[in-house]
Design a binder for this molecule. Structure first.
Ligand code: PLP
Length: 410
């Protein structure tokens, strides 16, 4: 199958090849063919345990350590500061729980934001049950935190600040460098969830000034089920998984050399941010076309400048995003709203940004990537025009908000 095609099963059980316009790269990317090629020898021959002393083990160990160096090369850190994990969720859990368990005698206060991914928010909620005090910083209408709010939130008990580098839903980029200076001044550690920013913008840990950084392979052309946590040398961290001395005692379990190699290869590819210039151009073309076509009937969510180059979150006020997507045949994208029994739920991110319910319920996240073509963008704008023209039936009743949902586009 070619890129953008997917198999579905027809009534008679035969596989049908469908052509889909895939605009959900923030949810997951295809695996780059170069990454697939790099994985092949691990599937076919390099099967040894990297902890074994014989030649099969040494070959696996060599592949693992090359991969670690490749990830370090992308992040601008030393190889021994990279811990392989099963993905972004585990990396966030290891950062938050690892620091909390290691430093709970020093302090119990964590500062995060209201728009973090559930992998951070629910981990914080769990730590609250164990005695942590967590401050969830508000964001402005564009999804940015105010560094002054952080300054005010820090106490003598603050051990960790965890603010995402870029938001998955609206793409807003947080002022991590400024946050880093505040963290340093107050002696708190800084973690950033860079699952969405790696491969899209610069994620050098020294430029950002972070102590811990999470990444997720399937957001930048590696497979699902692999990620990494950068841990600055000297950062206290209790492992989540205890066992033998893998990953320098920070994560027990025989390493998946296959997935580490995939992550390493994807990291090397991700050092070249030039393709993102093209993606940004397509994204801006998309927004211009929507704006020309729908004028005041379409609204941009997220920051106009500090935003991931591939992310376009738009809202069609007084429509329901999920309804539009359901009618937008052959287009894969995500929505920030969900409809249950006639009631519309806004995602926590849009709610925290103070987006009006009648606007936010019509939100759709389009996220572009390396394989997006301009013809696909133009086709989606045309299809949206048809869907919205067809649509008095798409007009929703004034929504009543359902509180406490944790739904959001991942
Ligand atoms: C910002 C952010 N953090 C963390 C994650 C979780 O990553 P994973 O799916 O690899 O566990 C995601 C993925 O949806 C994400 O977008």
């Amino acid at each position: 199958m070619e890129q953008g095609e997917f198999a579905d099963t027809g009534r008679d059980g035969r596989a049908l090849i469908m052509r889909e316009i895939y605009l959900d790269y923030n949810a997951s990317t295809p695996i780059d063919p170069v990454v697939v090629d790099a994985m092949r020898p691990l599937l076919e021959s390099t099967f040894g345990n990297p902890s074994s002393d014989h030649s099969a083990g040494t070959a696996a160990k060599t592949a693992l350590e090359i991969a670690r160096r490749e990830v370090a090369g992308l992040l601008g850190c030393a190889a021994d500061e990279v811990v392989f994990t099963s993905g972004g969720s585990e990396a966030n859990n290891l950062a938050l729980k690892g620091v909390f368990f290691a430093l709970k005698d020093k302090g119990n206060h964590i500062v995060t934001s209201a728009i973090e991914h559930p992998a951070t928010i629910t981990t914080c909620k769990f730590l609250e049950r164990l005695g942590a005090k967590v401050t969830y910083l508000p964001v402005d209408h564009h999804g940015r935190i105010d560094p002054d709010d952080l300054r005010r939130a820090i106490t003598l008990k603050t051990i960790l600040i965890s603010i995402m580098h870029a938001n998955n839903e609206v793409g807003t980029i947080e002022p991590i460098e400024e946050i880093s200076q505040i963290a340093r001044k107050h002696g708190a550690l800084l973690h950033t969830d860079a699952a969405q920013s790696v491969g899209k913008i610069v994620t050098d840990v020294n430029i950002l000034g972070v102590d811990l950084l999470s990444m997720a392979g399937h957001k930048f052309y590696a497979p699902k089920g692999v990620g990494a946590l950068y841990v600055r040398r000297g950062t206290p961290l209790e492992p989540l998984i205890h066992g033998a001395d893998h990953e320098s005692g920070r994560r027990a379990g025989t390493e998946s050399v296959l997935l580490a190699v995939a992550l390493g290869t994807a990291s090397t590819l991700a050092r070249d941010l030039l393709p993102m210039k093209h993606v940004r151009g397509l994204r801006d073309h998309f927004w211009q076309a929507l704006h020309t076509r729908f004028t005041h009937r379409v609204v941009l969510n997220g920051h106009s400048e500090y935003r991931l180059p591939n992310t376009l979150n738009v809202a069609f006020p007084n429509h329901v995003g999920a309804d539009i997507l359901a009618r937008l045949d052959g287009v894969a994208a995500s929505t920030g709203s969900a409809c249950h029994s006639g009631r519309v739920e806004l995602s926590p991110v849009l709610k925290a940004m103070g987006i009006r319910p009648d606007v936010g319920m019509g939100a759709i996240r389009f996220s572009l990537g390396r394989y997006t073509a301009i013809e696909e963008i133009d086709a989606v704008v045309d299809r949206l025009t048809d869907v919205l023209a067809a649509g008095s039936s798409l007009n929703a009743k004034p929504p009543s908000l359902v509180e406490g949902t944790d739904r959001c586009p991942l």
